[in-house]
Write a protein that binds this ligand. Sequence first.
Ligand code: HEC
Length: 129
Amino acid sequence: MRAYKAYCLAACLWAAANLPSALHAAGVKAGHSLAVEHCRRCHVIPGESNMGIGSTPSFKIMVQSPAKDWRDKFEAFFSLPPHPNFVRIKEFRAPPKAPAVVAPIVLGLNDVEDLMAYVDDLARQLRKQ
Ligand code: HEC
């Protein structure tokens, strides 16, 4: 019985120590997939061979921006033009402001969190270089 308890304690301590980083890694991966699926249509995503759209800033340029508000812009990207035309956040009921001229992107706030995990990770990697 005592050994079992010790095992439980060890398992819990292990989980407590490792779960946050495992969850974070899962968020980074999910965010990367979301960026590839939805944002790559217009933005250049590092490591993904795509051309992007000329007038659209690449993710690399944005996360390396010396301006301190680049994270705020990512967190609120769905409210910044041109995104309100085609991005809908499930938790916010308001429909897009204008008729969608491109296929709509529907995301949850959890998806935005995953995107943030991905761009934070990207910023860390790119700023190391
Ligand atoms: C249909 C094309 C298109 C898609 C799809 C798209 N974007 Fe953009 N995005 C743009 C354009 C164009 C700009 C530049 C707007 C400007 O300079 O005013 C931009 C700018 C941004 C900015 C900077 C905003 C600012 O005001 O500086 C962020 C952050 C961003 N996009 C995030 C995303 C994310 C995250 C996705 C995917 C979930 C995404 N975008 C999908 C076209 C797109």
